[in-house]
Design a binder for this molecule. Structure first.
Ligand code: SAM
Length: 231
């Protein structure tokens, strides 16, 4: 993804992000952490729209470089941090919101969710968009998906719910996001954001094709849900 220069890399794109954030109370005093920020599309949107304090963290340096370029070109003062969500470089109880858009599945989810809880204020909110297993997959199918995407696990809605609960989140609400299947329904806000790198290798284009093929094959078995977790 970093090599492709894919900016907004979660299902639903910026449109979904906007609708999730619009339901929250965010003002200039709010402190938001965008974990696994990628190339910073969401962080830039939040900083421009809400004029609040945004911290963008990712473990991939190519992503962070692209995020920095984006923030510089938009003249946005956003804190950019290199680090892992499994061991966040922040003190306890710092943030009002954590946004995790298609990130936790790539990590040890149990560790990561504990870290989210630790760095959130007691009245803080975690907003997470995650891949969810909606129907059973064979061992072989699971292996194909896990290997291709590099995710650490594919959890069901109940698995996610139990993980959030076990970590100490008390209020957990779940929204289901459905991918548009009609190819003619192109919505610029819901589409991926490309800051394409130069000299893209043919191998990378093959990866994008494979992604599209897997997305179609498993569209009824893999969903993307929005989890809102608070204490
Ligand atoms: C699918 S992309 C999503 C990027 C961005 N949130 C978005 O929606 O456009 C996953 C991102 O998570 C980052 N990531 C993966 N594992 C991570 C970890 N342990 N700590 C921090 N970031 C991580 C990747 O580098 C990548 O930028």
């Amino acid at each position: 993804m970093a090599s492709f220069g894919v900016g907004g890399a979660h299902p639903g794109g910026l449109q979904l992000t906007k609708s999730i954030l619009a339901r929250e109370n965010i003002d200039q005093e709010t402190l938001i952490l965008d974990v696994g920020c990628g190339t910073g599309q969401t962080s830039a949107y939040i900083a421009e729209k809400y004029r609040c304090s945004v911290t963008s963290l990712d473990s991939n340096n190519i992503m962070l470089e692209k995020a920095k370029q984006r923030f510089l070109s938009l003249n946005l003062a956003i804190n950019v941090m290199h680090g892992s969500v499994e061991n966040l470089p922040f003190c306890d109880g710092l943030f009002d919101f954590i946004l995790s858009e298609s990130v936790t599945s790539f990590t040890d989810a149990s560790l990561t969710i504990q870290e989210f809880k630790r760095v959130l204020k007691p009245n803080g909110v975690l907003l997470a968009i995650e891949m969810v297993l909606e129907d059973s997959l064979s061992e072989e199918e699971l292996k194909i998906i896990i290997e291709f995407y590099g995710v650490s696990q594919i959890l069901s809605e109940l698995d996610w719910y139990n993980l959030f609960k076990k970590t100490g989140f008390k209020e957990i609400s779940v929204g289901k996001f459905k991918q548009q299947s009609n190819k003619n329904d192109i919505d610029i806000d819901a589409a991926p954001d490309f800051l394409l790198s130069e000299n893209i290798d043919d191998k990378l284009l093959a990866i994008l094709e494979k992604h599209e093929q897997l997305r179609k094959t498993y569209k009824d078995k893999l969903g993307f849900y929005v989890f809102r977790c608070s204490f």
